[in-house]
Design a protein around this ligand. Structure first.
Ligand SMILES: Cc1cc2nc3c(=O)[nH]c(=O)nc-3n(C[C@H](O)[C@H](O)[C@H](O)COP(=O)(O)OP(=O)(O)OC[C@H]3O[C@@H](n4cnc5c(N)ncnc54)[C@H](O)[C@@H]3O)c2cc1C
Length: 472
């Protein structure tokens, strides 16, 4: 049932994933009197990408993700992205800590656990790369605790499964950051949404889908449908955030703002292998990231991951990326087709042609047999027994296609905040590095959309109270 919604809301948040939850939480800290409505099409918050089984739960801090530190032809390793993401993740941790301290979130162990982050490589070239990466990262204080070893016995101590049954003929190397984290973004998001729902002036409506969106003077009309009853209602809002994950692009297009033109979307599905043997799960305590295969997209870097989900330790390997035409796990097979219109057909088609090899790779991955998946797993866990692993479907990542200056489409693997010129509407497109950097992404959004309030002393001091400024 939709309550009285004749009065305009200050803010409407579409979707109850980690991005909307973070923005709602920050907005209420900055402006406690704001009237906020959250609409979520599913009957549970954080049931799409933000759910623990749908993502890898890595607190991305650049410790182990080798794709954040590309190597130039001359061997030089560029660590700028890893350092930027490490600093952004620190902001997320600091904000979550302050929410725990003020009682908005339960104890931190219910959503974040310390799990060492390990990068593991083999072969002379990759061993040299890892050593160069380690040396370069040591220049930043954020990575001062990072250990490097080329000693197989040491690696076997850190991550026994990785070395069990491995030939000792091939050179190996690993780095370890003991301070790495596993984050249950689903549990975190649901707690943030529950905390918002307890506050007067915040309405959370599950099973309510936003179907339409249009400007009306200084405010937005948002068409909402109760999924259970079919009842439809239009609510008004001064500011709208489209945090609809894979469906953000279609809603952004409905807004009609010129900034939405020229964007397209390219969905990538994911699957894990999930360990079913509790004895094996108990023997691994790390997130072990390797190097992506040649031709593989950056989000399919394989990793053997300790997880904490619903109070239990778990072990996942993957993700295996694949081709799909859906934009959400609980979406429609027609999503890709219906996302293409007059304003983006050029960029989408040209990006499709330009990235034909990627599409072919993803189709190939989607068709892998169980045996082929197990043989990929054995690169990281050579002694893995096939019977101990089952397929688990992951979430979808909808990558951005953006019109470049030449009018052609460019495939991007990051995230992008799109805002209207007047700052009254914003959407988050893209998927990576995602949930870990939600706080930094939403702070950027606030600065852009609430520019004058952002500079006011009241907002500055309220922000500092929940998020002390990072060290200079
Ligand atoms: C396989 C995989 C691995 C990942 N690994 C990591 C990782 O290790 N670390 C990390 O930090 N990030 C990771 N990510 C990325 C991270 O999961 C996402 O960036 C993050 O969850 C996105 O949050 P969101 O709120 O934007 O979207 P979502 O969590 O997808 O939430 C969007 C919500 O909007 C709702 N919605 C959609 N349309 C409507 C509508 N019309 N009306 C109302 N509601 C609507 C949806 O039902 C959904 O609940 C991974 C993602 C995937 C897929």
């Amino acid at each position: 049932m939709l309550a009285d919604m004749t009065e305009p809301f200050d803010v409407v948040l579409i979707g109850a994933g980690i991005m909307s939850a973070t923005l709602g939480s920050l907005l209420r800290k900055l402006e406690p009197g704001l009237r906020i409505a959250i609409f979520e099409r599913l009957d549970r918050a954080a049931a799409e990408s933000s759910d623990a089984w749908n993502n890898a739960g890595t607190g991305h801090a650049g410790y182990c993700e080798l794709n954040y530190t590309p190597q130039a032809r001359d061997g030089a390793v560029d660590c700028a992205k890893a350092i930027r993401i490490a600093a952004q993740f620190e902001r997320s941790l600091a904000y979550w800590r302050s929410l725990v301290a003020c009682g908005d979130l339960p104890e931190a162990s219910s959503f974040v656990r310390r799990v060492p982050h390990v990068s593991f490589v083999w072969g002379d070239a990759d061993v040299a790369f890892l050593a160069a990466r380690h040396a370069k990262l040591q220049e930043s204080a954020l990575f001062s605790g990072m250990e490097l070893t080329r000693d197989a016995a040491q690696i076997a101590e850190w991550v026994p499964l990785v070395m069990e049954g491995r030939s000792r003929e091939v050179p190996v190397a690993a780095t370890r950051m003991a301070d790495g984290t596993d984050v249950n973004f689903g549990a975190l998001t649901r707690e943030m949404v529950a905390s918002l729902a307890r506050q007067p002036g915040v309405d959370v409506h599950l099973s309510h889908e936003v179907d339409g969106l249009r400007r009306d003077g200084a405010s937005w009309c948002v068409d909402v449908r109760d999924v259970a009853t079919g009842d439809e209602r239009t609510v008004r809002a001064r500011f709208v955030f489209i945090g609809a994950g894979g469906y953000s692009l279609s809603l952004l297009e409905k807004s009609g703002i010129p900034e939405a033109e020229g964007y397209g979307a390219f969905p990538v599905s994911g699957q894990w292998l999930r360990c079913t043997d509790r004895a094996v799960i108990a023997r691994h305590h790390a997130k072990v990231y390797g190097r992506a295969e040649v031709g593989a997209p950056p989000m399919s870097v394989p990793h053997l991951d300790s997880r904490w989900i619903d109070g239990e330790r778990e072990l996942l390997f993957g993700p295996y990326a694949g081709f799909t035409t859906k934009f959400l796990k609980k979406g429609s097979w027609l999503d890709l087709l219906s996302s293409i219109g007059v304003s983006n057909v050029g960029p989408v088609m040209s990006a499709g042609i330009e990235n034909f090899d990627l599409t072919r790779y993803l189709v190939g991955q989607a068709m892998l047999s169980v045996d082929e998946r197990i043989s990929l797993l054995r690169r990281y866990y050579p002694a893995a027994a096939a019977d101990d692993w089952a397929v688990q479907v992951a979430g979808l990542r909808v990558q951005i296609i953006k019109r470049a200056r030449d009018g052609l489409g460019e495939l991007k693997f990051g995230t992008e905040v799109v805002t209207s010129a007047d700052g009254s509407i914003a959407a988050l497109l893209g998927a990576s590095p995602g949930a870990s950097t939600a706080v930094a992404i939403m702070l950027e959004l606030l600065e852009r959309c609430f520019a004058s309030r952002w500079r006011e002393p009241a907002w500055r001091s309220r922000l500092e109270a929940v998020l002390p400024p990072p060290p200079a």
